[in-house]
Design a protein around this ligand. Structure first.
Ligand SMILES: Cc1ncc(COP(=O)(O)O)c(C=O)c1O
Ligand SMILES: N[C@@H](CCCC[NH3+])C(=O)O
Length: 440
């Protein structure tokens, strides 16, 4: 059980004091449920861990993990900064009324329109990823007589131990300026020559779902290696050091995540050591967690439908969602745990494979899950830890509408994203005009 999850007198799973069976009755399924108290707890852990230390800091929520108007408003209430990675995420933040000065804009291929939107909205910081962007941003700022604070994203050449698709700090990466081949130095020089671009510091993000704090220390050590030279040669001052996100969480028994405090201490200790070695002032340390703030807070509720038993081979149960609302098992072989929410006290005495409803053999949410033998059609299956990169990566494969999202806290539920309808699926489509095709 995570966060506020409990079992009530009816043997039903409750989250935030709300009966999950009632939630499905009211909002349908699949349904993403967010335990708001757990999100607040994780935010508080970051604040507490940093407040004990002697450095200035900022925590920016990486909204790619889950972005919606209500989510961004919650992050604003909790007084964090915000990381966005596309025009759409930026637009959502603006519509949510998020203070622009606390928005940081990422991405390895920001379009001119996206950069213009960022400049129009006067956002706080752009994390510049490559030379194309640096030149484009410089031109746009010059045309508009605007200046902008930037960080340069660097790939320090650190291999974080995680799935290769979510490793980003290694040399061979599409992201950032390489530290070791001179690219970063060239970018620093370009910014020092520009009157429009104000270089505030450096950024790196070594990957996601990381369990080892040493990888962060290694990345920081590498970023400081040439700092002395840059300081002398280009007058570069490190006001901000952003070490990204990537803090791992416990999806299943196999995962052994570190405490937030441990990550923070390693990061702060390493920065302090380096600064003391170089006799320089401590920069503001920024982190940008996504998964660790919202991952464990999210649970997806499905209705169980078809059963298929292949004797001596495998028992499948199918749910009314799948890789359309949780792409992670298909994409990264990610592991999840589950429970029958309306039979939460029944012993888990059977082994079944939980399949999604998409036309793909790879659409399996959980292989060999432990569930009660008494599980039957119309039971509610709760899959845990789906709060990060679940709704965010939801898609319309097989023309399946996206589920609804509710926030729960202190016994109440609030719908924050409506379930899509079939009508929504076709709302941007235009009918075929046969005569046009025939005449051409
Ligand atoms: C630049 C950057 N910052 C932050 C994050 C957030 O990562 P996580 O959700 O693993 O904390 C990501 C995603 O991996 C990222 O690419
Ligand atoms: N979407 C990935 C993480 C990528 C994070 C963004 N750089 C996941 O679900 O684990």
């Amino acid at each position: 059980m995570r966060g506020t999850q409990e079992v009530n007198e009816n043997g039903h799973l409750t989250i935030g004091g709300v009966d999950t069976v009632k939630l499905v009755r009211e909002y349908g399924s699949p349904l993403y449920v967010y335990d708001i108290a757990l999100i607040k707890e994780k935010v508080a852990e970051f604040k507490k861990a940093f407040s004990r230390r002697e450095v200035p800091w900022q925590v920016a929520y990486a909204s790619k993990a889950f972005s919606s108007i209500a989510m961004i408003q919650l992050i604003n209430e909790l007084d964090l900064s915000l990381d966005v990675v596309s025009g759409g995420e930026l637009y959502t933040a603006v519509k949510a009324g998020f203070p622009p000065e606390r928005i940081h804009f990422h991405g390895n291929n920001k379009t001119p329109d996206e950069l213009k939107l960022a400049l129009d909205e006067k956002i706080g910081t752009i994390i510049v990823d490559n030379f194309y962007e640096l030149t484009l941003l410089d031109q746009l700022c010059a045309e508009r007589h605007q200046t902008i604070d930037v960080l340069l994203r660097t790939t320090p050449g650190v291999e974080a131990h995680t799935h290769t698709y979510i490793m980003t700090g290694q040399e061979d990466s599409k992201f950032g300026f390489n530290l070791n081949n001179g690219s970063l130095e060239e970018a620093i020089q370009m910014t020092s020559d520009s009157p429009n671009i104000v270089l505030k510091g450096l950024h790196c993000h070594i990957g996601s779902q990381i369990f080892n704090d040493k990888s962060f220390a290694q990345a920081i050590n590498k970023m400081f290696q040439k700092f002395d030279k840059w300081r002398k040669q280009y007058g570069f001052q490190l006001n901000v050091l952003n070490v990204g996100g990537g803090f791992g969480i416990k999806y299943s028994e196999e995962d052994e995540p570190l405490m937030i405090e441990k990550f923070v201490d390693t990061i702060v200790d390493t920065v302090i050591e380096e600064c003391n070695r170089l006799s320089m002032a401590y920069p503001e340390i920024w982190v940008e967690p996504g998964r660790i703030l919202v991952g464990e807070a999210g649970t997806t509720l499905y209705t169980i439908g078809a059963f298929k038993d292949i004797p001596q081979t495998r028992k499948y149960i199918s749910v009314d969602g799948g890789m359309t609302d949780n792409l992670r098992p298909a994409l990264y072989q990610a592991k999840y745990e589950c429970m029958v929410a309306n039979k939460a006290l029944a012993p888990a005495d059977d082994t079944v494979t939980v399949a999604g409803k998409c036309c793909e053999s790879g659409d399996i949410l959980i292989w060999d899950a432990k569930l009660p033998k008494v599980t039957e059609p119309n039971d509610i299956l709760a899959v845990f830890c789906t709060g990060a990169y679940g709704y965010a990566m939801a898609n319309h494969y097989n023309r399946i509408p996206k589920p609804a999202v509710v926030f729960v806290e202190n016994g109440s539920a609030q719908l924050v994203i409506q379930r899509e309808t079939y009508e929504d699926l076709i709302k941007h489509e235009l009918p075929l005009i046969q005569s046009v095709l025939v005449n051409n």
